[in-house]
Every structure is written in C-alpha cells, then in structure tokens.
Design a protein around this ligand. Sequence first.
Ligand code: UT7
Length: 349
Amino acid sequence: MQMSNMERTVKEKMRAIITGVGHYAPEKRLTNQDLERMVDTNDKWITTRTGIKERRILDKEKGISHMGIRAAEMALSRANVSASELDLILVATVTPDMPVPAAAAIIQKELGAEKCWGFDINGGCAGFLCAMATGAQFIENSRHQKVLVIGADKMSAILNYEDRNTCVLFGDGAGAVVLEAASDGEKGGIDDFDMHLDGTGAKSLFMEAGGSLHPATHETVEKRMHYVYQDGRNVFKKAINGMSEVSARLMEKHGLKGEDMGLLIPHQANLRIIDSVSKKLGLTPEQVMVNIEKYGNTTAGTIPIAMSEAWEDGRMKKGDRIILSAFGAGFTWGSLLLTWALEGKAPRT
Ligand code: UT7
C-alpha cells in the first residue's frame, strides 16, 4: 500500500536526490588571444594566474533564460521527468533577464511547468549552492516531490571589456539539477550543507548601479557603475580559507577523510584557488573536477555545468561522496555534501 506524504513525515525523513543534471554553454568562444587584442593582457598571464583559456559568450539579444531553459531541458530529459510534474523552480543568478519578473517565471512559461511556483536567488557565485540547499528543504519536509534548480549567468552583460582585472575572468553559461524525493531508506541524496554570509565583504565584489540605490541614469552609465568591480586579491584569500574551512568541517562532521571522498566540484573562479582548497582537504587531482579552462567563471553556472560534465565523463559512481563548494559576492560561501545516487554515465547530447 502506498504511504501518503503525511504518513511518511511521521515514519521516515525524506531525502532530496539528484536524478538529472544538464548544462548549456553558448557556442561563441572568447579566447585569451581575442582578449589580447582588446585589453593590455596576455595568454601567459591569464593561464598562469587563473587557468582560463577561453570562455563562452551569449548573443547580445538573449538573456539567461535562454541558457537556463536549455540546461533545464537536458536535466529533465536525463531525469526522465516532464516539466509539468515540477513543484518548484529555483533560479540562482546575478544577471536575470530583467529585474522584474524573476527569471524563474520566464523559464517556467517556456518549459510549460504549469503546476509549479518558483523564484530567483541572488547568492553571487555561491548562488547555486544557496538554491540547492533551499530546494532540498522543500523535499526533506515532504512539501514537494520534484524541484528544478538552475544556476545561470550572463556575465558578459555586466563586464567592462576595458577592465583587464575583471573581463578576462568571467563567461556565460548555465547548469540545472532535478531534485526528487526519495525515502530515507534509499541511498544517496543531499546529506548536509553549511552556508555562510558576511556582508563586510560587500565592497570587495559588487555592481553598484541598476538597483534601488542607484537606478539607471545617464550619470550611472557615464560613471560605469553598471559593471562588476572586484578586489581580486582580497577575494582570492577569503575564497581559499572559506571554501576549505567549511568543506573540512563538513567532512569531519560526517567522519570523512580525503581518501573517502569521490569528487570535489568547486566553483570555477581560479585554478590556484581550486588547487589550494584541494590540497588543504587532502585530495588528489583525480578527486577534483576542473573545467575552468573552457568556460572561465560563469558565476552561478560553474558548479552545475561541472557536475553535468563530470557525470558525462563517468567521474561520479553510485555511492560516491561529493562535495560542492563555492565562494562569492556578499561574501556568500559554503559547501554541500551529497551521496551520488545514479548508475553509469550521462548520455552526451
Ligand atoms: O567568483 C567570485 C569569486 N572570485 C574569485 O574567487 C576571484 C579571486 N581572485 C582571483 O582569482 C585573482 O586575485 C585574480 C585572478 C583576479 C588576480 O590574480 P592575482 O594574482 O591576485 O593578481 P593581482 O590582482 O595581485 O595583480 C598582479 C598584477 C598587477 O600588476 P602590478 O600591480 O603587480 O604591476 C595587475 O595590474 O597583474 C596585473 N593584472 C594583469 N596583468 C595582465 C591584473 N589583471 C591582469 C590581466 N593581464 N588581465
């Protein structure tokens, strides 16, 4: 006999399991060589300081919903879930198509997810983890069965391509995850997360205009206040400490050592940050997913894109313990521990 959700909450805790992951990257590539012709930079500096070789750029007339929809369609098809079954859509982004309505609304309509609700989450580069942690709650408390979590950003829309400090770092892309309810008896799913917010970092990574404090005016445009500014050195140090401390704490809490881990899927902002965090956690390069050379920093997109590619490459086996970790504007940072629940590789599409 089938148990109702109410009976389940009393008898056993629900777990949020990842049943599908997908991603989308625009075709247009912006290489380090292209950037050499645009600003005072060079391939050697970018490669050695960041690990990035190229990034993808979305067409000017398209917004993040274009990428989010495609990533979502791939994730839904891999999960064998139809959009009409979704209860909730969460979109992590700092570059929604427009301030109002939420990108979640635009994506919901295009997907035909007629029975769900949804909203956007701005957690900077850690936005996807904020959205995963939020989505998992609705499943764990038995409120929802199927949640779509999207991380998507079009950083090319808010970059100053005359500022070498930022324009070489970021790119455009999206990833999506389908979370479904499974009973506690089933192996796998989101095990735990540890998220943080420290507003003293607000001045280290921001875009000043376009909100209620500095709405768009001729002056804000002339003063270039609609572009991203970053104090790279400060963010760099804080990112290494933040990501490694939180991940280590989660591992210790769950009795895990470096050798017990399947894969670390870190936010792809800088290869040197990823290497430092991995060393501090006692992980080998085989235990760390890196694709920064292809996409640069796609903000909320990095982790789901990397997860989708790691699944395609067969780098996650059923039962593997996986850590997702990110650091970004706010500062907002944290890690999420999960147990991979799927057999085999994702089909490449
Ligand atoms: O995703 C959100 C979180 N963001 C991050 O995690 C990013 C964290 N920060 C970083 O990844 C690094 O700090 C950067 C890649 C942004 C910069 O690397 P760095 O090793 O910290 O370089 P720096 O800022 O200390 O700059 C070193 C030098 C400077 O020249 P001087 O002052 O030493 O003469 C910069 O002007 O490199 C110069 N520089 C460049 N040179 C060539 C800065 N950008 C460039 C460039 N090409 N694109």
